[in-house]
Design a protein around this ligand. Structure first.
Ligand code: SF4
Length: 331
């Protein structure tokens, strides 16, 4: 019975692999990193795609490679130059990690376990690079794959371990890179989070959850209360006053001074030796795990100056746009 069960299971997996890979080879989108075998380029595309939509990632991919065509070129660059190229793509920790990684190794290692040791590389990215660039049979599990596997198996709340084990079991061992990309492609174009297109899904016959895809996995309820902060826009004697940010979120970028919590405005004024500021408006900004509601103040005076060529975060650009709009004459 055990042997019989194994044979049936194995045939099922082969059919699944053939169906998904066949669909992928026929329907995959023509993206600049498709067919790429150079690990550095694959790494860059995967890092960009972690938090950025494909359409937005493409120009950044080209722009980044034009300035830093190799790991060695990236290693030699100043962090600020890297952040400037990354400017606007958001989630700047990705750029900082890439830069640190380039300064750590002269070439990317070829195994999943060694890739996992590098700064900023989690299991998903390490598996994507190991499988696509080096053909190692390891499954890359991100949010898309989690959603698809949960639907395939009708799992409401699978653990990461359970998902990784199932993903590794189903992986096409002779074409692991293509398989991982096929999974990503299906999740991005067919098995969509809100409205899966089951009628055009090449593996619908394998999917136990297709009658109620919204049930699998159980949607997470996440209520985020915004953190209150105050930002101060000040044109001092040397122009627009900017500070170099520290910390995980925006470290390395430049921005206007910001303080969080009670008494934030008073602390800001005191820190900068200023007496008063006038309120301009509010800016909301969402990071991955955090929302900010920023009350923007401006020190009265003429004009705003500009940031020169210093890299600014999207949050700071929103703040400066608001302060700039406040200066424009009405009507
Ligand atoms: S049948 Fe529907 S829910 Fe199942 S994998 Fe395909 S698109 Fe997703």
């Amino acid at each position: 019975m055990g042997e019989r069960g194994f044979i049936v299971g194995s045939q099922l997996h082969t059919s699944l692999q053939q169906a998904l890979l066949g669909w992928y080879y026929q329907h995959k989108r023509n993206l600049p990193w498709r067919g790429e075998t150079e690990a550095y380029r694959i790494l860059l595309s995967e890092v960009l795609l972690q938090q950025t939509r494909v359409e937005q990632a493409i120009p950044y991919y080209h722009r980044f490679l034009a300035v830093f065509p190799s790991l060695a070129a990236l290693a030699q660059a100043e962090l600020e130059a890297v952040l400037r190229v990354w400017q606007g793509a958001g989630y700047y920790a990705r750029a900082r990690h890439l830069h640190r990684l380039a300064q750590t190794v002269s070439e990317l290692p070829s195994t999943y376990s060694a890739l996992l040791e590098l700064p900023g590389l989690g299991p998903y990215t390490a598996a994507a690079v190991a499988s696509i660039a080096f053909g190692e049979p390891v499954a890359a599990v991100d949010g898309n794959v989690r959603r698809m596997l949960s639907r395939w198996m009708a799992w409401e709340a699978p653990s990461p371990k359970q998902l990784q084990a199932k993903a590794d079991e189903l992986l096409a061992p002779e074409a692991p890179g293509d398989w991982n990309q096929a999974m990503m492609e299906l999740g991005a174009t067919v098995c969509l989070p809100q409205t899966p297109r089951c009628e055009r899904c090449p593996v619908a016959w394998f999917c136990r959850g297709k009658a109620e895809p919204g049930r699998y996995p159980t949607p997470k309820k996440r209520v985020q209360t915004p953190v209150e902060a105050v930002a101060l826009v000040w044109v001092g004697p040397d122009g627009l006053y900017l500070e170099r940010r520290e910390g995980r979120l925006l470290g390395g970028l430049w921005g206007v001074p910001v303080e969080e919590g009670a008494g934030a405005l008073e602390r800001l004024l005191q820190r900068l030796g200023l007496e008063r500021a006038e309120r301009v408006g509010t800016v909301q900004h969402a990071f991955t795990h955090r929302k900010l509601r920023v009350q923007v103040y401006r020190v009265p005076g003429n004009g705003l100056g500009d940031a020169g060529n210093r890299p600014l975060s999207r949050l700071d650009r929103k703040i400066l746009e608001l302060a700039q709009a406040d200066l424009l004459p009405c009507g």
